[in-house]
Design a protein around this ligand. Structure first.
Ligand code: AQP
Length: 329
């Protein structure tokens, strides 16, 4: 089977440089390699409390962000998850094929629920990987570009596919994850031991931040003792994170980045990181405003929902038949 790419982001808040480096920076290349299905994971966004208007606006922004990231519009289908009812329907079936024990071992669930009172943790947060597995198998996706934090969920999807196919025959496509060599986990600028994350905006760079703010955030990023610009995650997490950001944005290896800054002072190094980030984000923001101001996302999403509905019905029908659901028309 030819390569099929699937990727989604939750419209839960302002997108960060972590989301950009982890997934969006490569979007042009990944969506040019094969057929792609790109979605706005708005049903997933409901797993934590969010204001309705905020969710709607975030969804529009995210559509424009995908377009600005350079998704190949000839080969990629962009759609809202909630506009394709097969996701929720398949979820109702597949939730019976993943187990409580498996779901409770998911690191993301443990991290997110740790900060919450037990009676405020929604079932959707716990069952999030089931819906994510449905998102993937509905499109016969072969390749799932993700940041490091999502690997475990793709692994769980693989377990589900194996289990389901063993029982019902070779029906679902086995997916694999794809992570960037450099930048699969961008860390917070104020605490480089935690992931940069849109729902915990401490130390984040937002894609739509004013460039002066981007520069200021990078210049005041937490660094480490010493003065050598060297990659050492354990002893120099702050400098290592900035080196990763620089290397990922420049498209060079960490070693090459280290060489560039041999003998440099922290201040000069940070200035170079800020320059490259501002250059990249400046051009990105211009494209973003073009797609937003001209409302180009509306037609793209309408067309995308049509294609995604057609495509996802094929797998849904096969699954319904396989598990024994009767159809009368
Ligand atoms: N810090 C990061 N470094 C590299 N990749 C990252 N991703 C997220 N943060 C980083 C990747 O971005 C994609 C979209 O993520 P998501 O919106 O589905 O949810 P997430 O993984 O939980 O990302 P966030 O930003 O932390 O969102 P919230 O705070 O809403 O939960 C994924 O491929 C992810 O790996």
């Amino acid at each position: 089977m030819a390569e099929r790419i699937l990727t989604g982001i939750k419209p839960t808040g302002q997108l960060t440089l972590g989301n950009y480096i982890g997934v969006l920076k490569n979007l042009k290349e990944t969506t040019s390699r094969g057929e792609s299905f790109i979605f706005i994971a708005d049903l997933h966004a409901l797993t934590l409390p969010i204001e309705p208007e905020v969710l709607r606006q975030n969804s529009i922004n995210l559509a424009c962000i995908y377009l600005a990231a350079g998704m190949n519009r000839e080969k990629a289908v962009l759609f809202l998850q909630s506009e394709v009812s097969a996701h929720a329907e398949l979820n109702a079936i597949m939730q019976n094929y993943l187990y409580m024990g498996e779901l409770s071992r998911m690191t993301q669930f443990k991290d997110k629920s740790a900060k919450m009172k037990e009676n405020a943790i929604g079932l959707g947060l716990f069952a999030y990987p089931v819906l994510m597995a449905c998102d993937i198998v509905l499109y016969n996706a072969t390749t799932i570009p993700v940041g490091e934090d999502q690997i475990q969920h793709v692994e769980l999807t693989r377990d589900l596919v194996k289990r389901f196919n063993n029982r019902y025959g070779d029906l679902l496509q086995m997916p694999k994850y794809e992570v960037r060599k450099v930048g699969a986990r961008i860390m917070s600028l104020s605490d480089p031991t935690v992931k940069m994350s849109k729902s915990d905006p401490k130390g984040d760079i937002f894609l739509l931040d004013d460039l002066a703010v981007v520069r200021k955030k990078i210049m005041s990023a937490v660094t480490d003792m010493g003065c050598e610009v060297k990659y050492d995650e354990e002893n120099k997490p702050g400098i290592s994170n900035l080196l990763t950001i620089y290397a990922a944005l420049k498209g060079v290896s960490i070693e090459e980045a280290e060489k560039t800054f041999e003998g440099s002072r922290y201040g000069d190094f940070k200035k170079a990181v800020a320059d490259v980030a501002c250059e990249e984000l400046g051009a990105f923001q211009e494209r973003y405003h073009y797609f937003l101001d001209n409302k180009i996302y509306e037609e793209v999403l309408r067309e995308g929902a049509k294609k995604a509905n057609e495509e996802s019905q094929k797998v849904l029908k096969k699954v319904k038949q396989a598990v024994g659901l009767l159809t009368v028309n």
